[in-house]
Design a protein around this ligand. Structure first.
Ligand SMILES: Cc1cc2nc3c(=O)[nH]c(=O)nc-3n(C[C@H](O)[C@H](O)[C@H](O)COP(=O)(O)OP(=O)(O)OC[C@H]3O[C@@H](n4cnc5c(N)ncnc54)[C@H](O)[C@@H]3O)c2cc1C
Length: 508
């Protein structure tokens, strides 16, 4: 048992996982469960009460307050200058669901459901779901699995499971805490848990489509997310290949997700996962990762070998970043070096099928990395790439690649994967002034060309009120209206906001 379940540091600098956001804050509060090794519902109630106490204290002190998870966002979305930041990453209890806690009328099996406390990271959820006895899995996740569940849905994290939405699409219910309310929110269109279950969490059951759709991608602005009910699926195995395919041959697949003639290894099956990386300086090859899915034999025993800080190559981008800052003309050599190191042609052998939790690993921090994500409608992918490539011609020294990944339209009012389906084109690479300028110019050029697009809330962006309105339209007003219902007190709405949220019109 920790001596004090809330560890406080006053007047410290808050730093994110990639060290690109550094913000002075008045209080850093690291919250633990009272008895971390023993997950209980009474412990959940005690932690919820403690979190509500912190919110009440912040309101009394007149400071802004944000919850954060693994601090994996590249943007400043989890933090507020001079405010209080509650770190929830140590709140990592998970619970299987009792049959009597599921609403009979929902037709949902208790085995499908899994309750995760906010700070449980995705790799832990995988490991706990994918056991030989439980034999369940997540339908999708991000490319790496160090995000917490609340943080991942907080910005609408997506992977590249082409027929699945972003992570919020597998949420069945969510617990939100404010200073005075402890709510268990489910959509009225798909109720799942009983009022008695909500009461075990100390929460009141709310069945409301709009509140649920607002809460599943909340940007930390609706209170503290304390627990999330996930809908799991049966275990499955993935087989991955990385191929170098001519860009011209990939264009139909990129714009339609129809893979006929695309050069993928198995034309008879729809892939589970499809990702194409392009070097904007040399668009001849699409570095294509494809994953096919198979049922998992019941006896399969996972063997997790997730990457660690000691992984070779971890420091490569940082070293290259330093070199490029000194010699900007090194861009092409550096990018090609990185591509050679990271994107070699490879293919899993038949016995190398793996569970999602074995496939998506835990990535260690890489200082000096930049990442941004632009979501566009699938039919617009190569048009958007052309526009972004035009921006690259202006900033040819930017050591970046473009990465195309797909997700189905996702249910949150503020889900940035809002197209049916969406392709998220990331500009990822080494963080240099040219990279930052390219990300900015790409957004401006997409806007000028009238391209529909949104941006990843948790990556580098230049979001303004006009751009958020342009991307989300009336959803901005809908979300603000629901926010007023969930947080009726204006002072509490201000407390859970930030200059960024104010500026983009999400505290109206
Ligand atoms: C190596 C790496 C790989 C990545 N891969 C992907 C990817 O494949 N796909 C993708 O979409 N993104 C990806 N990202 C971006 C990242 O996953 C997202 O920004 C994600 O939101 C971070 O989750 P987190 O737990 O670190 O939350 P944080 O970054 O700490 O917070 C994110 C948001 O969630 C809110 N939040 C966190 N916890 C709570 C809580 N308990 N209650 C209320 N609000 C809360 C915060 O206020 C904030 O608004 C990647 C980032 C890194 C560093």
């Amino acid at each position: 048992m920790p001596s004090n379940p809330i560890r406080v540091n006053n007047n410290v600098e808050w730093v994110n996982h990639h060290f690109n956001i550094k913000v002075p804050i008045a209080k850093r509060l690291r919250v633990h469960n009272e008895n971390p090794t023993r997950a209980t519902m009474s412990g959940m109630r005690a932690t919820a009460a403690r979190l509500q106490g912190i919110i009440a204290d912040a309101l009394a002190a007149g400071v802004q307050i944000r919850a954060c998870g693994s601090r994996w966002s590249f943007s400043d979305i989890p933090v507020v200058k001079n405010g209080w930041v509650i770190e929830t990453a140590n709140l990592d209890w998970t619970f299987k669901v009792g049959v009597n806690d599921v609403d009979l009328a929902s037709g949902t099996s208790a085995d499908d459901l899994y309750l995760a406390q906010c700070g449980t990271n995705i790799s832990k959820i995988n490991e706990r779901l994918e056991t030989k006895t439980r034999r369940r899995a997540l339908r999708t996740s991000g490319a790496s699995n160090g995000q917490t569940i609340a943080g991942a849905i907080g910005t609408g994290v997506h992977g590249s499971a082409i027929d699945v939405g972003a992570m919020e699409s597998q949420v069945a219910g969510i617990q939100i805490l404010t200073a005075t309310q402890n709510l268990w929110i489910e959509p009225a269109r798909a109720p799942v848990m009983t009022a008695n279950f909500a009461a075990k969490l100390g929460a009141t059951l709310v069945r409301d489509d709009a509140k649920f759709d607002a809460a599943i991608v909340s940007l930390g602005a609706l209170g503290i997310v304390h627990a999330v009910m996930l809908r799991s699926t049966g275990r499955y195995l993935l087989n991955s290949s990385l191929l170098h395919i001519p860009y011209g041959q990939l264009q139909t697949a990129l714009n339609t997700l129809d893979f006929r003639g695309s050069g993928l290894p198995d034309q008879t099956r729809r892939p589970y996962f499809f990702q194409v990386i392009l070097d904007p300086a040399k668009m001849d090859i699409g570095y294509t990762t494809v994953r096919y899915k198979e049922l998992c034999p019941p006896g399969y025993k996972p063997d997790y070998d997730l990457k660690s800080e000691a992984e070779p190559g971890t420091d490569l981008p940082r070293l290259i970043a330093s070199a490029i800052k000194m010699f900007p003309d090194l861009r092409n050599t550096a990018t090609s070096l990185l591509i050679q190191a990271e994107l070699k042609v490879r293919s899993d052998r038949p016995h190398e099928w793996r569970l999602p939790g074995e496939t998506y690993s835990f990535t260690s921090a890489r200082e000096g990395i930049a990442s941004s994500g632009f979501a566009v409608p699938v039919a617009q992918v190569t048009n958007a790439i052309d526009i972004m490539r035009g921006a690259f011609q202006v900033h040819k020294n930017a050591p970046v690649v473009f990465t195309c990944r797909y997700a189905q339209k996702s249910p949150g009012i503020l889900s940035f994967n809002r197209y049916d389906p969406s392709c998220v084109i990331d500009i990822d690479g080494i963080d240099t002034p040219a990279t930052r300028k390219l990300i900015t110019l790409a957004g401006q050029r997409l806007e000028a060309a009238g391209m529909p697009f949104t941006q990843h809330w948790g990556k580098m962006h230049d979001l303004t009120k006009a751009r958020v309105r342009r991307g989300f339209g009336g959803s901005v007003d809908r979300w603000n209206q629901v926010r007023k219902l969930l947080l009726p007190d204006a002072a509490e709405r201000d407390a859970f906001s930030s200059p960024f949220l104010d500026n983009v019109g999400l505290n109206a």
